[in-house]
Design a binder for this molecule. Structure first.
Ligand SMILES: Nc1nc2c(ncn2[C@@H]2O[C@H](COP(=O)(O)OP(=O)(O)OP(=O)(O)O)[C@@H](O)[C@H]2O)c(=O)[nH]1
Ligand SMILES: O=P(O)(O)OC[C@H]1O[C@@H](n2cnc3c(O)ncnc32)[C@H](O)[C@@H]1O
Ligand SMILES: N[C@@H](CC(=O)O)C(=O)O
Ligand SMILES: [Mg+2]
Length: 446
């Protein structure tokens, strides 16, 4: 038995959906522990594409229990649409469970998210506009609506009447927008409640029971380390904790229950929304990565900013998450390039800097120091073992493992489940016995 956390080692969209789906074949339970419908996890199986915002990426396996944990924020309308879409495709959603202590995104959260972004003008964060920040803000302010409130019509009516009147002052006076009608919102949410009721459980108890039964649990992170509220590029972050530690709080499990942490990183870097990004490429090369990688937001359709792999943030992600091994995704996107750069350190104010600076102002002054590697200029899409890779591609992977000081367990070469090199099964394999940090892959003997 192993309880494994899958996290994003960059700014999100690293391909956690694909990796979680792949690993879910060995999991009995898959848990989302933070974030909401800002996330967009893409899973491609036999040519069919599934875009999941809230439902864990293990849902395509009929026997796997999928839990939307306590640390998530739930927009019921989006969740119900997602349930309908999966059911229409013949995917069973019977094993989906929703934590009764997760917070609920309301229409005023979406309105305030969008209006406050507009008001910030040049200082906007570039949020997804899905009401995520305001939902978490209400949770901290202790005026949030939880799933268990949604399930109790009488208390929901009382709570929402008070909260909507309170929010209407902000909506009307601060943002000059028309107020919400409490009765309309209450009726709509009572309807959602009936649809979701059969799925609602005490999530931490479910997970505890699964641990006692020695079942394998996969914790699926959304967004990424550099978007973490505490450890990311604040204020250009999301409002939850995508880091591995967030899994314990968000799912309600103790840290001693976690066996290992898999960090997912793209072979290059992307970021969507505002905020500093030292290795960003603005010209033709950025366009090539964007086009070949189809780098458009799964949720909003926004173009993702693209740049070279940044080993400084990679090492930071290893430190903050306690990453045991890596899944490197989208290596195929680099297939056509003549040469590839990797940021090995920064220069700030004329001084070399090996560590990620906590201040976003300082981070925005970082100039990348690059090491250039030769490209391989051939397709890697059909490679299924490290031995199939061109020498330059293997050297590139070894270099990343060396820089990050952790072994690589998985290499992804396409969006499909099967387009993957499994260097060593990161769930059942021995801890750290994968592609060694010095670059030599254990299983191939290279
Ligand atoms: N070409 C290529 N595409 C891939 C590979 N792995 C994943 N993808 C695609 O790359 C994109 C990854 O983005 P997302 O699905 O948003 O990633 P995510 O980490 O699950 O998302 P967030 O939780 O929103 O951060 C998807 O379109 C995937 O289908 C790969 O190895 N090669
Ligand atoms: O989480 P919100 O407040 O909507 O946005 C804040 C910040 O985070 C970025 N972001 C949010 N969700 C994702 C995601 O799933 N992948 C990548 N980036 C995400 C958003 O673009 C803002 O920059
Ligand atoms: N989750 C998102 C963010 C967005 O859609 O803007 C993505 O996949 O890029
Ligand atoms: Mg995404």
């Amino acid at each position: 038995m192993a309880n494994v956390v899958v996290i994003g080692a960059q700014w999100g969209d690293e391909g956690k959906g694909k990796i979680t789906d792949l690993l879910s074949r060995s999991a009995d339970v898959v848990v989302r522990y933070q974030g909401g419908v800002n996330a967009g996890h893409t899973v491609v199986v036999q040519g069919q594409t599934f875009k999941l915002h809230l439902i864990p990426s293990g849902i395509l396996y009929p026997d796997t229990e999928c839990i939307i944990g306590s640390g998530t924020v739930i927009d019921p309308a989006v969740l119900i649409t997602e349930l309908d879409q999966l059911q229409a495709l013949g995917i069973s959603t019977q094993k989906l469970l929703i934590s009764e202590t997760a917070h609920v995104t309301m229409p005023y959260h979406r309105l305030i998210d969008q209006a406050s972004e507009e008001r910030r003008g040049n200082h906007k964060i570039g949020t997804t506009g899905r009401g995520i920040g305001p939902t978490y803000a209400d949770k901290s302010e202790r005026i949030g609506i939880r799933v268990l409130d949604l399930m109790n019509p009488e208390s929901l009516r009382k709570q929402l009447n008070w909260t909507i009147n309170y929010k209407n002052v902000i909506i009307e006076k601060l943002y000059n927008l028309p107020p919400l009608d409490p009765a309309v919102v209450i009726d709509q949410y009572l309807e959602y409640a009936e649809r979701l009721r059969p799925h609602v459980v005490d999530c931490s108890l479910k997970i505890y029971d699964a641990i006692q039964e020695r079942r394998n649990i996969l914790f699926e992170g959304a967004q990424g380390t550099l978007l973490d509220l505490d450890h990311g590029t604040y204020p250009y972050v999301t409002s939850s904790n995508p880091v591995a530690g967030g899994a314990c709080v968000g799912a309600g499990v103790g840290p001693t229950m976690i066996d290992r942490v898999i960090g997912v990183a793209k072979a290059y870097t992307t970021r969507v929304g505002e905020g500093p990004f030292p290795t960003e490429l603005h010209g033709e090369l950025g366009d090539i990565l964007c086009d070949r990688g189809a780098e458009f937001g799964t949720t909003t359709g926004r173009r993702r900013r693209c740049g070279w792999f940044d080993a400084v943030i990679g090492r930071y992600a290893v430190r903050i998450n306690g990453i045991d091994c890596l899944a490197i995704t989208k290596l195929d996107v680099l297939d056509t390039l003549e040469e590839i750069k990797v940021c090995v350190a920064y220069e700030i104010d004329g001084k070399r800097c090996e560590n990620f600076p906590s201040s976003s102002r300082r981070f925005s002054r970082c100039q990348p120091i690059y090491q250039t590697m030769p490209g391989w200029q051939q397709s890697t899409e059909d490679c299924r073992a490290l031995e199939d890779l061109p020498k330059q591609a293997l050297d590139y992977l070894k270099f990343l493992a060396e820089l990050m000081e952790v072994p690589i367990a998985l290499v992804s070469l396409g969006a499909s489940r099967d387009q993957t090199i499994i260097v060593e099964d990161p769930i059942h394999g021995p801890k750290r016995a994968l592609l060694y940090a010095n670059g030599s892959p254990v299983s191939s003997g290279v």
